[in-house]
Structure formats: C-alpha cells, structure tokens
Design a protein around this ligand. Structure first.
Ligand code: ASP
Length: 325
C-alpha cells in the first residue's frame, strides 16, 4: 500500500465582523430594526464562514461577508451609505491580505455598487494600492465585472433624514464642528485554514462630510490592517483613526511589545483615540484565533465566529463579549 503523507494539520478558522460603532442605545431602535440588523450580521457570518469552512482564503471570506452588508440598506456601506454635504454618496473601501501584505483601496467612488470588490481589483489587477475619485471610476470602467449604479441607487430615506438633521444642527451651531453620530461602516477580519489573515472595510464615510473628504476606512494602517499575525478593521471618527494609525498601531503593539491582542486593541480604542478627542471601535483577530471587539461608544454592531465554532452577534455595550486575554 502506498504511504501517503498525512494531510498537514488545518488551522482553525475564525471570523469577526463590525457594522459600525456609534450612538446605538437601547430603545433607539425598534425590535424589528434590531432583528434586521442581527439577521444581516448573521447572514454576513454565514457568507464568510461558507468560504472558510471549505478551506477557502481569508481574503474571499472578507469580501463575501462585506458584500452582504454592502447590499443591506441598514449599514453605511454600499446601499444605505450616508450622504455627504452635497447630498451625494462618496464611498471608501480597503482590503489587505496579511501574509503577503498586499493591499488595495478606493476612495470617493460614486457609481461602484461594491466598493470592496473594486478595492480588491486595485490590489490584484493594478500596480497600485489606492485609487481615488475619478481615477478609481475610470479604473472601474475598464473592468466589465465591476457593477455600476447611479449615485442615487445608494439613497435611503433614513440617511437623508440624518443629513437634514446634521445640517440643521450645523446651522444652529455655526462654525462648530458637529461630532459625527451616525456610524454604520462595515468591516471584517478572517483567519483561514492556512492560518492566513485578511481584513477589509467599506463605508460611506460620515454624514455631511465635505465633498472630497477621505476617512480612515480606505487608508491602509488607519482603518484596515493585516499582517501575518494580526488583522484589524476600525470604525469611528475617521480623522482620529488616521491620526492615530489605529489599525496598524494595534497590530504593532502585538508584534513589537508582545501585547495580547485584547490588550493592544483596548489600549488604542479605549485610551489613545478618546485622549485625542475621537471615538469609535475596532475588531481585531490574531493568528491563534483570538478576537477583540473594543469600542468606546454606546454601541457597536458586531458578530463573531470563534475557532471552537461558537458564534454570536451583539449591539449594545452591556452585551460586551469579554475577549480572552
Ligand atoms: N470611520 C468612518 C469614516 O470616518 C466612519 C465610520 O466608521 O462610521 O469615514
């Protein structure tokens, strides 16, 4: 009988998802809305896990899960994206593969149905890491598989109301920056059977943002990071996430300081960002399948599947899942 080498042991998989952090207090959503959010988060977990359980790459799992949330009007990514100050949608997204540190990003796209797919195309089908605005649109023109929609396709009544409220507040407090309170960005980090990590983020940015404003979500190292040990996707007030290089900082604390993932993520999200005046949250995953989901806001939509197969969704901070240190 021929002797076969034993199959190499498969790495245990894990998946973590956020659907944005912000003012999400108990009572601010109807039971129906809450059910819808949890159903979407579960559908995103299922889509990502379908890839991972078959031995597929973390990168595919990240894209599959983000696609579900981009298509849902409940999240500030793809359909349901927030409006900028001119009543339009400008979408940002990025993706990074940990073991190769390849990355792709798009900023300010206005007609691309799935910004995460275009970010992946920048990574895999261009020689660049990031394309912005009209250049990104032009790149999309050259890719027949990238679906295009009119900018109004992203409209939802709920987001228009939020724009009107933000603009009324801004007028009432002339000259004072109104802190963004309508988050809903989506992000996913996955660990596959090869032990590889990937992370991605997709967003409409912040309500009432100035035309041309780019947040942290498409900035590699700020809103998204993945390396061989660690992956992060952030959500929150993007200007602070850029200034604190949040996603990179979390993973470098693990790499250089030897911090546990939970300590690193909590330190950055609960101390560094608020000390600067920002707010938000992050999801992080390491090569051992440890998950951290800290946030310093009233809530963060989140979902996880651990290496032992247990899974869950949570919204409010009193549902906080205590990550293993
Ligand atoms: N970080 C995103 C941005 O600033 C917004 C969010 O996470 O809700 O564009």
């Amino acid at each position: 009988m021929p002797v076969h080498a034993a199959d190499p042991p498969k790495h245990k998989t894990a998946l973590v998802i956020h659907g944005g952090a912000g003012v999400i207090e108990r009572g601010s959503m109807t039971a129906e809305e809450e059910k819808g959010v949890r159903a979407d988060l579960n559908a995103a977990l299922d889509a990502g896990n379908a890839v991972l359980s078959k031995g597929g790459p973390a990168l595919d799992a990240v894209v599959a899960a983000i696609r579900v949330l981009e298509e849902s009007p409940r999240f500030n990514a793809g359909k349901g994206a927030v409006f900028n100050a001119e009543g339009k949608h400008e979408l940002d997204a990025s993706i990074m593969e940990g073991h190769t540190q390849r990355a792709g990003a798009v900023a300010g796209v206005m007609t691309v149905r799935s910004p995460i797919l275009l970010a992946r195309a920048v990574m895999e089908r261009s020689e660049h890491v990031m394309l912005a605005g009209q250049g990104a649109e032009k790149f999309a023109d050259s890719l027949p598989d990238i679906e295009r929609v009119p900018n109004s396709w992203f409209d939802t009544d709920r987001r228009r109301k939020q724009l009107e409220e933000a603009q009324a507040k801004e007028k009432a407090q002339a000259g004072v920056h109104v802190k963004g309170s309508y988050f809903g960005t989506v992000g996913v980090v996955a660990l596959d059977q090869q032990g590889h990590i990937a992370a991605g983020t997709s967003t409409g940015g912040m309500t009432n943002k100035r035309y041309g404003r780019v947040g942290d979500s498409p900035i590699i190292g700020a809103g998204t990071w993945a390396d061989a040990r660690c992956g992060v996707s952030g959500t929150g007030w993007g200007e602070f996430y850029i200034r604190a290089a949040v996603a990179h900082d979390i993973c470098m604390r693990v790499a250089y300081k030897g911090d546990s993932l939970a300590t690193a993520a909590e330190e950055v999200v609960d101390k560094i960002v608020p000390a600067m005046g920002g707010d938000g949250g992050a999801i992080a995953l390491d090569k051992d399948g440890n998950i951290a989901m800290p946030f310093n806001t009233a809530g963060m939509y989140r979902a996880w599947m651990k290496p032992d197969g247990t899974r869950g969704t949570a919204i409010y901070n009193d549902e906080k899942e205590t990550p293993a240190h």
